[in-house]
Design a protein around this ligand. Structure first.
Ligand code: GLU
Length: 307
């Protein structure tokens, strides 16, 4: 067993030293209300879940859900088909950058893990599933994360009320024909906000990490996504998962990962283990400040690098 109680505790203590660094996301008012001092690590090893810290505390999944959204898109279309609407290139600007969208080739979002890209994916899903789109997303989210997950109505509403930048992104894509202009804009945005508002804890994210790391199968051996989908998602997480910090993250942590502005980070490896961290204060890229430091420490201690 590599993730001993001692090493997890040591990592958590190291993380706690950085608790005052960074800032919680406050551009979504409801997110500013979280307790900024929460911190947790959950791992799955030898089919068992181990946690230290506040691993029962729920927070919104935010961008981590974009991995799940893209997996549903891949159930319906090939990556090449999807590339007509969203690319697979790393982003060079912030997760909600308007200028990056404006400057990208034909205004196609560079990847599905930034806001513009995920909004296009939701529009594609909405075209297929219409009014049932969020139910399909929640069902898939439960398969990755655990049967008990639900979304926060308060956070979804708060996102809707403060969604000026996301509205700019969707209207820019409508004007450029990336999203067909007969789409129900409000429905697509509401679905995206609800998806970002799904509540999880690090235990849920460790299960998701396990599925991604175990070629698509959960702890019970059930296939949640195909092996090919899991490989594609890991590749995208490696290149795009921590926004414009992905290159640094690859060097410092050495694992594919996806972060969200709620403060969670889910990792993936090529072993059948799971690893996720949480702490809500973010660095200037939108990644959990303590979370990145804890992962960096763990990788060094346990030689988790896969590159
Ligand atoms: N719901 C957030 C937004 O639309 C997601 C951002 C993130 O986690 O990167 O801004």
């Amino acid at each position: 067993m590599i993730y001993s109680e001692e090493v997890l505790q040591k990592t958590l203590n190291l993380g706690k030293k950085y608790l005052h660094e960074g800032a919680v996301a406050d551009y979504i008012p409801e997110l500013a209300k979280v307790d900024a001092n929460k911190i947790a690590i959950s791992v799955i090893e030898n089919d068992e879940l181990h946690s230290v810290g506040d691993s029962k505390v729920k927070f919104s999944i935010q961008s981590v859900v974009k991995v799940i959204l893209y997996s549903i898109a891949m159930d319906n279309y090939s990556v090449d088909e999807l590339k007509k609407y969203v690319g697979v290139k790393p982003s060079a600007k912030a997760f909600n950058s308007v200028i990056e969208l404006e400057l990208s080739d034909k205004s196609i979002p560079v990847n599905p893990f930034i806001n513009a890209g995920a909004i296009v994916i939701v529009a594609i899903l909405y075209n297929i599933y219409k009014g049932e789109t969020f139910d399909i997303i929640l069902k898939k989210a439960r398969a990755f994360l655990g049967d008990d997950v639900d979304y926060s109505r308060e956070i979804a509403e708060s996102e809707k009320e403060s969604s000026f930048t996301n509205r700019t992104l969707i209207y820019l894509m409508l004007s450029r024909g990336i999203i067909p202009n007969d789409i129900q804009v409000e429905e697509v945005l509401d679905t995206y906000f609800k998806a970002c508002s799904i509540l999880v804890n690090t235990e849920n994210l460790a299960h998701m990490s396990y599925v991604l790391s175990n070629n698509g199968k959960n702890l019970k051996g059930e296939e949640i996504i195909t092996e090919r989908e899991s490989r594609i998602l890991r590749s995208l997480m490696a290149t795009c998962g921590t926004y414009d910090y992905s290159g640094d993250f690859a060097i410092r942590v050495g694992l594919p990962a996806k972060s969200g502005v709620g403060g969670g980070i889910v990792t993936a490896s090529n072993k059948n283990t799971g690893l996720a961290v949480y702490s809500p204060r973010l660095d200037s890229h939108g990644n959990s400040y303590c979370g990145v430091r804890m992962l960096e420490f763990l990788s060094k201690e346990l030689n988790l690098y896969i590159y």
